[in-house]
Design a protein around this ligand. Structure first.
Ligand SMILES: Nc1ncnc2c1ncn2[C@@H]1O[C@H](COP(=O)(O)OP(=O)(O)OP(=O)(O)O)[C@@H](O)[C@H]1O
Ligand SMILES: [Mg+2]
Length: 460
């Protein structure tokens, strides 16, 4: 139960607030003068202080100052009878959390108190994190609710008890490497986790990176070098962007996976593979197999257990929790104390299409935290997003995902319409009224179309 101290010289206001806030479930104490209020606070600090600016004995601003001196994090909501900017600005400058005008509107007060308490909770959480000595990877570090993410957690649990090969697929920034690290950490935390980006280096170099080489095996090979498969020992080799591996090297990798043995480049010794293999891709490997760009036998070898990560726009419900989590992480790195994002910004976030998924969210937050002056990130802190109409964004992105040609045949207008409606329903969490707005049709038209294409849709 949160505690509130009300300091105001108007006995009727004090009494009303006392009754109301007690009813709301807060532990309330009151004081009629600044000195009395300060004494009560010092004896037993409350979470929130509601403070009148004009008091009989001392000025409200100096009480604010003393309270802040006592506890830097105290949440003070000022009550002011003056509607002028200057009082308000001074209150905020003095470190007040919020201010409300007289006559007090209970809804406004309610909101201010709730915000203050939420902010306190966030600060406690952040301080908790700051005290954690070293952070290792736990399943708890993957934020995700919903069935798809829950199934992924289950799969992580299962594969962590074995050393099977895992193929992790998902759009860029969905957390593929994070998942790989969590699995690794749950399987062989003491052993190395070695990531190799298959797109970053030329084929011949990649081969020697993976399998190592013997002295003199090619120009420049001045000494024996161990490859990642050996260096990983009983840990993990994470083959990132596996789709970019050349066909030639794919053949070699396949043989290694079949025989669980390999030779260093230019060498004859057979070296045993003891590491666990995980691979990741942001392309659909099955499609590449069908197009002849990826070996199907290698695909089946890698795809023993598959984890398909959902895009962020299909799990928007996780955005608020992701923001909390990422901000805590960023605060720790940047020594900041950012509490959250404004409700206006949250609304934009909830509608945005997130082509870069969690990584994009993280990057935006980092940049905003660096430039932001306040503790709450607002629209002004995200110039990249503020300019655009986010709903336009979201629907445009969906259109981009259409393939007008399906198995060599062009789509009819009706087929496109049906796909588009399904896409908008699937990728937003809008109700029918809002869907009508996005599609630019009336309610009866939408109903007719849902009927025509046999689309059932429960959100009213
Ligand atoms: N579910 C999640 N919960 C918390 N943090 C996440 C989650 N998913 C991703 N992240 C964070 O987002 C960032 C990007 O994740 P990661 O590098 O694993 O993505 P990726 O799929 O490998 O991206 P890319 O395809 O661009 O290589 C990381 O900082 C990661 O910790
Ligand atoms: Mg990655």
């Amino acid at each position: 139960m949160a505690s509130i101290l009300v300091i105001d010289d108007d006995a009727s206001i004090v009494e009303t607030l006392d009754l109301y806030l007690t009813e709301e479930g807060y532990k309330v104490r009151t004081a009629l003068t600044g000195t009395e209020g300060l004494n009560k606070y010092v004896q037993d600090p409350s979470d929130v202080v509601i403070l009148d600016i004009r008091l009989p004995d001392v000025d409200g601003f100096s009480v604010l100052e003393d309270l802040k001196e006592e506890n830097e994090n105290v949440k003070v909501i000022m009550i002011t009878a003056f509607h002028d900017m200057e009082t308000t600005i001074n209150a905020m400058k003095g470190g007040a959390f919020d201010y409300i005008h007289k006559p007090v509107n209970v809804d406004e007060l309610d909101l201010a108190i709730k915000k203050a308490i939420k902010s306190l909770e966030m600060e406690k959480k952040i301080n908790g994190l700051l005290m954690e000595p070293s952070r290792s990877f736990r399943v708890g570090d993957i934020i995700g609710t919903g069935n798809e993410m829950r199934d992924i957690f289950k799969t992580i649990g299962t594969v962590s008890q074995s050393r099977t090969t895992v193929l992790i697929q998902g759009e860029s920034g969905t957390g593929k490497e994070l998942i790989a690290k969590v699995i690794h950490h749950n399987t062989s935390p003491e052993e190395p986790f070695i990531a190799v980006n298959c797109s970053a280096i030329v084929e011949t170099l990649l081969e020697s990176e993976l399998f190592g080489h013997e002295k003199g095996s090619f120009t420049g090979a001045i000494a024996r070098k161990l490859g990642k498969f050996e260096l990983a020992r009983f840990g993990t080799v994470f083959l990132d962007e596996i789709s970019e591996m050349s066909i030639n090297l794919q053949a070699k990798l396949l043989r290694v996976l079949q025989e669980m043995e390999f030779e260093r480049v230019g060498g004859k010794d057979r070296v045993k593979v003891t590491a666990r293999i995980m691979a990741a891709t942001n392309k659909d490997l099955k499609t590449l197999v069908n197009e002849g760009k990826f070996r199907d036998d290698l695909y089946y070898r890698l795809n023993i257990v598959a984890i398909n990560l959902p895009s962020l726009r299909t799990r928007r419900q996780d955005i608020p929790q992701l923001i909390d989590y990422l901000l805590a992480k960023i605060n720790l790195d940047l020594h900041k104390k950012i509490i959250g994002v404004s409700s206006e910004m949250m609304e934009i976030f909830m509608k945005y299409s997130w082509p870069g998924n969690v990584r994009e969210l993280e990057n935006l937050l980092v940049r905003a935290c660096v430039v932001s002056k306040g503790q709450v990130l607002g629209v002004g802190d995200f110039p990249e997003l503020g300019k655009e109409d986010p709903t336009k964004f979201a629907s445009n992105a969906s259109v981009d995902l259409f393939k007008p040609v399906v198995s060599g045949k062009l789509l009819t207008l009706d087929e496109v319409e049906e796909r588009y409606i399904r896409k908008v329903i699937k990728e937003t969490d809008k109700n029918k009224g809002e869907i009508c707005e996005i599609l630019g049709v009336s309610r009866p038209t939408l109903e007719r179309k849902l009927d025509k294409y046999d689309i059932t849709f429960e959100r009213e």
